[in-house]
Design a protein around this ligand. Sequence first.
Ligand code: GH3
Ligand code: MG
Ligand code: MG
Length: 405
Amino acid sequence: MLLPQLNPQTAFTITALSSWSMIALLWVMGRSFPRQGVAWIMGSLASFGLGYMLIALSRALPTEEAMRVSYFMLGLGSSLAALGIRRFQLYRWSLADGAIALLPHAMTAVWLALALNDFTLYARLSNAGFVLQIIVLCAILISGRKRMVGHGWKVMLGGLVIQALSVLPFALPGSPPSTVEPVVHSLAEQLMAWALCGVMFLNLQLSVLSFLMMLQDRRTDNERQAAEVDVLTQLPNRRSLVRQLAHWLPLVMRQQGSVGIILLDIDHFKQVNDAFGHDAGDRVLQHVAGVLREEVRQGELLARYGGEEFVIVLRNADRQTAMTVAARVVEKVRNAPVQLGTHVRHVTVSAGVHVQKVAIDEADGASGWPWHDWIRQADAAMYVAKGAGRNQFAVSPRSHAPVPA
Ligand code: GH3
Ligand code: MG
Ligand code: MG
């Protein structure tokens, strides 16, 4: 025979051992991801490993009893995995979790009641229950998809579909009894043993690796978000603004629309730092950020652009709209004094407005947009407002204005 000898017992033993070795892998790779379900997935692997080992040993034990316990262990493993995925999705504990935890126990009780003396039926019902649990896991993944990022969960979903399809034949009427034969003779039986081992091994690898992918995808996303938020004001920073712009600018270009930029700079901010200290300066920055945050509407972008400079970007705003927004924002800051210890301090800002018409042919497609040129126009206008006495806005002379009809 060309193939190395393999019987189902060995296949299940290999799968059991690799389940347990995966626990170590998850521990090493997953211990820096607290409270995201890692421990539950480890428990699930332990339970699966026990289930597979019992199947491998079932010939040496009272076979049917060993198989019943192993079915329960596999069901429990699925439930623990489901609870782990729910923890990863950051759901709080709920009745649904209780139902998931009880499912394998309830199913075992029902199978015992229905098929205590008919082991073939018992095995079929258990496999059907296992398929049901895989469907529950798929439903959990799909319904909680908004709570996960990246592609890891899709890989897990694919693995679960393979798993359900590979168990399904054993759940159908007329399925072969699910006890393991110690010796295999024919080439067909050899191939079956290898296929069984391959599918179980693939499923195991896919579920653990996809879970690690899910953890890593979330970490990468968190790091990206943290890198785009200004720690002091909790506003998006310059990098985030530019990225968001790059996201919606192609659409605005296709619409031959416009981008309205309002650059705001706190007036005489250095005096606050000098008179009240750097901490007071920080508080003023937070205060102005709060006022601006209340003024931006859906679809507009706001960012802390530099030290005491903020930028509001309006999508498809004409010159008049941009001027109205700038006037309103300057007035809101003027009318919102900030408390610095026992002092009440009035803060003002100066704003520069630039409205840029954009079209797809203006730059090299949507990627070559000259943002720096646009922000320079707004900056120049802001200095005009400073020169005119601060606490006001000015519009860049190159701002786009619709030609009156
Ligand atoms: P103007 O009206 O011409 O804008 O005067 P100004 O004093 O606001 O302008 P200037 O550019 O001279 O001062 C800006 C100051 O902002 C200098 C810098 O120390 C301060 N600054 C920048 N970032 C921070 C920050 O995060 N916290 C505090 N407290 N101060 C900051
Ligand atoms: Mg400045
Ligand atoms: Mg300033």
